[in-house]
Design a protein around this ligand. Structure first.
Ligand code: UDP
Ligand code: UDP
Length: 470
C-alpha cells in the first residue's frame, strides 16, 4: 500500500520526475524546494545519470547541496539504441529513453514510499499507467506556458477533426483561448511522424487522466489560457489546473568562478545594458550569430551576451572570436561583454544596469523576465518559442516582430533590423512601465494570498489527501 500523508498522519511524500534539459530541470528544482520548505511535503527528485549536459549535472549537485531535505532518487535507464533516430536532438532522445524505461519506475516508487507523483509533460503518457498500477495520484508539472499547455491538450482533437483533409497543420483555434497561427506552431508538429510529434500527441491525449496539472505561469500573465484550462473549455474532463508561477528561484545556481559578468554589470550605468541570451540548449547558426553581433554593435548600446554555439554544452569548443567574426570582440570591448560561461540569469535580470532582454523566449526566461520587470525583445528560434513570444507581446512584457524567421528557415534576421528593434525597445518608456507592472503582478501572484500562492497551497492539500477547490 502506498503511504498516504493524510490517512497515516504523515507528511505526504511527493516524487518529482523531470525530463531532460535545463528548461525542465530548473522549474522542477524550484517546485521541489517550494513543496519541501514551504508546504509541508517530503520531496524526492528522480535523477538520471549521466545528464545530457554539464549545466544539468552542476545544477543538480548545487540543488542537493543547498537543500538536503530534497532527496535524490537515482533512476537507471534501460539500454537504449539511439540509432533508430538518426540526427535527433539529444534531449528528445533522452525523453524517449526515459519513456521506454518508465516501467522501471514502479519498483523505485515502491521502494521510496511515494504518496504522489508529479512528472514532466514529455513523460506523461508513460508515467500515468505506472502510477495507476502503484495506486498513486499522478500530477503533471507543465514547465512551459499555459498557452502551450492548451495547445498540447487540444492538438489531438484538432488532428482528429482535420485528419484526412490532406492540408497539414494550419492555424489552431483553441477553444476558450485564442487562435495560434500556423507560423507559431512548433516546427516539428507539422510532421506527424516526427519523434516530438508522436510524444506530444500521446502526452496530450493522456492529460485528462492526470490527477492535477501545475503550470509555471500566473493568472495576470496569461488570463485567457489559465481561465479556459481551469474551466474545462479546452478539453472536457480536464483535471484541476494550478497556475503556480513564477516558481521562485531556489538560490542554488552553480557559480562559474571564471565568469566576471557581475563585476562588469556593476560598472555600467543604471538601465543601460541589453542582456542577450538564447537559453541553455539550442545552437544558432554561425551566420545568424554574426548578424546579431553586427546588430548589437551598430545599436550603439552596451550589452552582455551569453553565447552558446552547440546544442549540448559539453560539445562547445568554438572560440568566440571565430564565431562572431574577425575584430568584433576588440571593437566592442569598451561596451560589450560576451561570454560562453553559464551565468546566473536571475541575478543578471535583477541587476539595475539591465534595461532590455533579447531572448529566445524559452518559457523559464519569460517567467524570469516577468518576475524582474525587464522588457523583452523576442527573438524566437525553435519549438514553443513563438507561442511564448505571443504571450510576451499580449501581456505587454515585450515586443515581437512576428515576421522574423525561425532558425534554419530561408533567410536570417539581418543586423540592421536587429539594431533598429534594439534601439526602439531601449527608448520605449511605455514598454518599460508596462514590464514593471507585469513584475508587480508577478510579485502579487506569489505573495501570501496571491493567485499562484493559493494554487500551490491547494496542490499541497491535494497531496495531503484533502479535496481540491480549484
Ligand atoms: N540559464 C541560466 N544561465 C545561462 C543560460 C540559461 O541561468 O547561461 C537558465 C535560465 O535562467 C532558465 C533556463 O536556464 O532558467 C533556460 O530555460 P528556458 O526555458 O529559458 O530556455 P531553454 O534553455 O529550455 O531553451
Ligand atoms: N511539450 C509538450 N508535450 C510533449 C513534449 C513537450 O507540450 O510531449 C512542450 C514542452 O513543455 C516544451 C515545448 O513543448 O516547452 C517545446 O518543446 P522543446 O523541447 O522544443 O522545448 P524545451 O524542451 O526546450 O522546453
Amino acid at each position: 500500500m502506498p503511504s498516504s500523508g493524510d490517512a497515516a498522519g504523515r507528511r505526504p511524500h511527493v516524487v518529482l520526475i523531470p525530463s531532460a534539459g535545463m528548461g525542465h530541470l530548473v522549474p522542477f528544482g524550484r517546485l521541489a524546494v517550494a513543496l519541501s520548505s514551504g508546504h509541508g511535503c517530503d520531496v524526492s527528485l528522480v535523477t538520471v545519470l549521466p545528464t545530457v549536459s554539464t549545466a544539468e549535472s552542476k545544477h543538480l549537485d548545487a540543488l542537493f547541496d543547498a537543500f538536503p531535505a530534497v532527496r535524490r532518487l537515482d533512476f537507471e535507464l534501460a539500454p537504449f539504441d539511439a540509432s533508430e533516430f538518426p540526427s535527433a536532438d539529444p534531449f528528445f532522445l533522452r525523453f524517449e529513453a526515459m519513456r521506454r524505461s518508465a516501467p522501471l519506475l514502479g519498483p523505485l516508487l515502491t521502494g521510496a514510499g511515494a504518496s504522489a507523483l508529479a512528472t514532466d509533460i514529455a513523460l506523461t503518457s508513460v508515467v500515468i499507467p505506472v502510477a495507476k498500477e502503484q495506486g498513486l495520484p499522478c500530477h503533471i508539472l507543465f514547465t512551459a506556458s499555459a498557452a502551450m499547455l492548451s495547445l498540447c491538450a487540444y492538438f489531438p482533437t484538432y488532428l482528429d477533426a482535420n485528419a484526412g483533409d490532406g492540408g497539414g497543420v494550419g492555424d489552431v483555434d483553441i477553444p476558450g483561448v485564442y487562435r495560434i497561427p500556423k507560423a507559431s506552431i512548433p516546427q516539428a508538429l507539422h510532421d506527424p511522424n516526427h519523434l516530438f510529434t508522436r510524444q506530444f500527441v500521446a502526452n496530450g491525449r493522456s492529460l485528462t487522466s492526470a490527477a492535477g496539472i501545475l503550470v509555471n505561469t500566473f493568472d495576470a500573465l496569461e488570463p485567457e489560457a489559465v481561465a479556459a484550462l481551469q474551466q474545462g473549455k479546452v478539453a472536457s474532463g480536464f483535471p484541476p489546473v494550478f497556475a503556480v508561477g513564477s516558481l521562485l528561484p531556489a538560490s542554488n545556481q552553480a557559480k562559474d568562478p571564471q565568469a566576471n559578468y557581475m563585476e562588469w554589470l556593476d560598472a555600467q550605468p543604471a538601465r543601460s545594458v541589453v542582456y542577450v541570451s538564447f537559453g541553455s540548449r539550442k545552437a544558432i547558426s554561425g551566420e545568424q550569430l554574426r548578424e546579431l553581433a553586427a546588430g548589437l554593435e551598430t545599436s550603439g548600446h552596451r550589452f552582455l551576451w551569453v553565447v552558446k554555439s552547440t546544442v549540448v554544452d559539453r560539445d562547445d569548443a568554438a572560440e568566440l572570436g571565430e564565431l562572431l567574426g574577425e575584430g568584433f570582440l576588440e571593437r566592442v570591448e569598451k561596451r560589450g561583454l560576451v561570454t560562453k560561461a553559464w551565468v546566473d540569469q536571475e541575478e543578471v535580470l535583477k541587476h539595475e544596469s539591465v534595461a532590455l532582454f533579447v531572448s529566445h523566449c524559452g518559457w523559464n526566461s519569460v517567467t524570469e523576465a516577468a518576475a524582474s520587470g525587464v522588457p523583452v525583445l523576442a527573438l524566437p528560434r525553435f519549438g514553443d518559442q513563438r507561442v511564448n513570444s505571443g504571450v510576451v507581446a499580449r501581456a505587454g512584457l515585450g515586443v515581437w516582430a512576428d515576421t522574423w524567421s525561425w532558425e534554419g528557415e530561408a533567410g536570417v534576421i539581418g543586423a540592421e533590423e536587429i539594431s533598429e528593434k534594439v534601439k526602439a525597445a531601449m527608448a520605449d518608456e511605455a514598454l518599460r512601465r508596462k514590464a514593471a507592472s507585469v513584475a508587480k503582478a508577478a510579485a502579487k501572484a506569489v505573495a501570501g494570498g496571491g493567485s499562484s500562492h493559493r494554487c500551490l497551497v491547494e496542490f499541497a492539500r491535494l497531496c495531503q489527501g484533502g479535496t481540491c477547490r480549484t
